[in-house]
Design a binder for this molecule. Structure first.
Ligand code: FES
Length: 185
């Protein structure tokens, strides 16, 4: 007589159900963990990427001298300026120079000494009665108008105001080598 051997699976139906439950909870736990991770990652990413999207803070107003100093503007007067700017995580201290001069309309004007061509420092040439840029020979009139050379525009004028008898200047940086004055920061 042929005996039929009954092959029994080592895993019972109950086991399958238990395993299925376990994998379901495992998947649920995985999703929950991934969700929590994503939630925690958002502030961390924002923190890390902040310097990339944060804009440099605008310069503040700085006093550059009493108005009496600028009563005689027979030639431009050079004034140093200490600046503090926040750029992403960094707080940057820098020094710049400006010229206080007679503007085109006869009033007072404050000019940045940064050449609008490629950023060299423009100097006032005594006797020549003009500003000269040492890098590529750009030349400017006493009121900052472009006279000669590669700079595509005149020297950049800075906002100024008078407060309590003092001349205040807001230093700004401008895009180089473009025909119009465009504020960068
Ligand atoms: S940087 Fe001034 S003329 Fe080029």
């Amino acid at each position: 007589m042929e005996q039929q051997e009954k092959i029994q699976s080592p895993v019972s139906n109950e086991d399958v159900i238990v395993i299925n439950r376990r994998s379901f909870f495992g998947v649920l736990l995985g999703i929950g963990t991934a969700g929590m991770g994503a939630l925690l990652a958002v502030p961390v990413l924002r923190y890390v990427l902040y310097p990339l999207y944060a804009k440099s803070s605008k310069s503040t107003w700085t006093a550059i001298g009493a108005m009496d100093e600028f009563s005689d503007l027979s030639k431009p007067i050079l004034k140093p300026l200490d600046l503090k700017q926040v750029d992403g995580w960094r707080e940057v201290d820098s020094s710049q120079t400006v010229y206080v001069t007679k503007g085109a309309n006869g009033g007072l004007a404050v000019l940045s000494s940064i050449c609008p061509h490629m950023g060299c420092t423009v100097a006032w040439r005594e006797g020549g009665d003009e500003f000269v840029c040492p890098c590529h020979g750009g030349r400017f009139a006493p009121d900052g108008k472009r006279v000669f050379g590669p700079p595509p525009r005149g020297m950049d004028t800075l906002p100024h105001k008078i407060v309590d008898g003092k001349l205040m200047v807001k230093f700004e940086y401008f895009r180089e080598n473009v025909p119009n004055q465009e504020v960068l920061s």
